[in-house]
Design a protein around this ligand. Structure first.
Ligand SMILES: Cc1cc2nc3c(=O)[nH]c(=O)nc-3n(C[C@H](O)[C@H](O)[C@H](O)COP(=O)(O)OP(=O)(O)OC[C@H]3O[C@@H](n4cnc5c(N)ncnc54)[C@H](O)[C@@H]3O)c2cc1C
Length: 363
């Protein structure tokens, strides 16, 4: 026997946050195939908290995570992870509308011009969502891993799952280096590889699809941008936010289906991003300072999957976090933790319907 009650496959934000939640109760090992945790999607996000994002089932997870991110428990972090920025949702047509319960204020053309001097005339309406914030993703991920280790968890990097089989004494897990571990509970927190891991464990994949998204750090002939709000097209064709005094992070809002991989940006997506940006403001584009891409992985209904598999005993899904896996991680890990431990939910998530996230919805 391996001596572990739970093995979590994947050391991104999903695996780390769930690990932090359960390590005090179950001897838990995180195995991560890369040499450091957070190399894939978690290390490539746009790092914002936007409560209106992700649809009506995801929004309560974001809302229930806000207090933790803003003012975490002292033993988790001495400082919060959010830096208020605000979001400006632009429209060429009707007024954008936020889901019920999320604060927003309409902004007319004169105020749009004040917030975004040089904005093209067709952007005539906007909605300001003041609670949008930057997330210090590296600090948050590190704090989850720190709590996990402090509670007795163990992390092995450079340790990828090759295959696993369910035997009478639990899951026998084979690793890249030929070693084997046995555990009663195997957690699939493998991000873009969630379906691959399932198949390699002889579990029916759920259709978790990785989709590539590109971000460009663009230097522009304009200053005073650091605190620029997150600016997006309400119809979903771009977003950008200030990075330094004269640069922005810009995304063409791409969503390109791809196999799981070490994603890299494509020239065409960078060009599309710049083209769309030039259709929003008249700011001169000086150069691309850097660019990167990452994979956002979605279940067929774009709702994350937390819970035990319907057919494979002890196989627990923690996958499909799409474009909101960072901002939902505090509440999602509490929800997944209570399901895995079969324990009452934390009060902050007691109102959330767990069934909506169950893998059984695909049965
Ligand atoms: C460009 C971009 C912008 C984004 N912006 C935001 C944002 O602003 N806010 C937000 O909340 N979210 C955002 N997201 C989404 C967020 O980054 C993801 O939802 C989140 O990081 C998913 O975390 P994860 O742990 O599931 O995946 P990952 O971080 O990818 O971790 C999965 C890990 O599993 C490991 N693994 C895979 N197979 C195996 C195996 N066989 N054995 C061992 N280990 C394995 C991988 O190496 C990987 O490290 C963005 C994503 C992208 C790409």
């Amino acid at each position: 026997m391996s001596g572990f009650d739970v093995i979590i496959v994947g050391g991104g934000i999903a695996g780390a946050s769930l690990g932090a939640e359960i390590a005090a109760h179950r001897r838990t090992l995180i195995i991560e195939s890369e040499n450091h945790c957070g190399y894939h999607s978690t290390g490539r996000s746009a790092a914002f908290f936007l409560e209106s994002y992700g649809g009506p089932i995801v929004a309560p997870l974001s809302a229930a995570s806000a207090d933790f991110l803003r003012d975490p428990p002292q033993d988790f972090s001495e400082s919060g992870f959010l830096h208020r920025r605000g979001a400006l949702h632009l429209s060429r047509d009707g007024w954008p509308e936020l889901p019920r319960g999320i604060e927003g204020a309409r902004v007319d053309r004169a105020d749009i011009e004040r917030l975004l001097p040089g904005i093209r005339p067709e952007w005539c309406k906007a909605l300001l969502e003041p609670s949008c914030a930057d997330i210090d993703v590296a600090a948050l991920h590190a704090a989850f891993l720190r709590r996990f280790l402090r509670k007795g968890g163990e992390v092995r990097t450079g340790a990828g799952l090759v295959a696993a089989r369910l035997l009478p004494n639990g899951w026998r897990v084979s690793l890249f280096d030929g070693s084997e571990l046995v555990t009663p509970i195997l957690v699939n927190a493998a991000g873009a590889w969630a379906d691959v891991v399932a198949a390699n464990c002889e579990v029916r994949p759920l259709g978790i699809a990785p989709k590539r998204r590109t971000i460009v750090q663009l230097r522009v002939g304009r200053t005073g941008l650091k605190e620029l709000p997150l600016v997006d097209d309400w119809e979903g064709s771009f977003y950008f936010k200030g990075e330094t005094d004269n640069s922005i992070w810009l995304s063409p809002h791409d969503e390109v289906e791809t196999d799981p991989c070490d994603a890299a940006p494509e020239e065409i997506d960078i060009a599309t991003a710049i083209d769309r940006f030039e259709g929003v403001v008249d700011w001169p584009v000086e150069r691309v300072e850097r660019s990167w891409a990452g994979l956002r992985s979605f279940a067929p209904d774009r709702v994350p999957v937390y819970g035990f598999d319907a057919d494979a005993p002890g196989f627990f899904w923690c996958a499909g976090q799409g474009g909101f896996g960072i901002q939902t991680s505090p509440a999602a890990s509490r929800l997944a933790g209570s399901l895995l431990l079969d324990a009452p939910p934390h009060t902050s998530i007691a109102h959330i319907d767990k069934a909506a996230f169950s893998p059984r919805r695909f049965s």
